[in-house]
Design a protein around this ligand. Structure first.
Ligand code: FES
Length: 171
């Protein structure tokens, strides 16, 4: 006697959920870079440039596009300091923590800036004004310690100067 299948077995599988605008934009970025040798890092950079951070749906879409596991993509995202997984504040302050800057006081500069802004490294001030990030050499070693504020490079930096540049950036 043939066993009848239950009702649930006969129902068609639900259609895949339509992709949202973020997912479509990420798919487009993946398609543009897929031909590269080692496309993952350029794709992650391009997605971060587009959104300011890597949105939560990013890892899954990139993994799908490159035929990788989401864990592989996530591992790369967490390995590199360059990538952020939350939207940044209105300004991004990156303090160089590499050797030449350390020798010229970047530890003290970092501590002073953190105390003034009341922000942890890799955190954002409570008012959403500034995101503080470490960076490992900005190519400005001769003018250590160096920082970058909203993509603009500064050398021989003091905490007073950082405050002044941030105030200027607010205008
Ligand atoms: S070590 Fe800081 S800019 Fe090179």
């Amino acid at each position: 006697m043939t066993r009848r299948k239950g009702r649930a077995d006969r129902s068609p599988s639900p259609p895949p959920a339509p992709l949202g605008p973020n997912e479509l934009a990420i798919d487009e970025i993946v398609a543009r870079h897929r031909h590269l040798a080692g496309p993952l890092l350029p794709i992650l950079h391009a997605v971060q440039e587009r959104f300011g951070y890597l949105p939560p749906e990013g890892a899954a879409r990139i993994a799908h596009g490159l035929n990788l596991s989401a864990a592989e993509v996530h591992g790369v995202i967490t390995f590199y300091h360059d990538f952020r997984t939350r939207p940044p504040g209105r300004h991004v302050l990156r303090i160089c923590r590499a050797e030449a800057c350390q020798a010229m006081g970047s530890d003290a500069l970092t501590a002073d800036v953190q105390a003034r802004l009341r922000v942890e490294m890799k955190g954002t001030t409570a008012d959403g004004r500034v995101t503080l990030e470490p960076v490992y050499c900005l190519g400005n070693c001769a003018l250590s310690p160096a920082v970058m504020i909203d993509g603009r490079l500064h050398g021989r930096v003091t905490a007073d100067a950082v405050e002044r540049w941030l105030a200027e950036a607010d205008r």
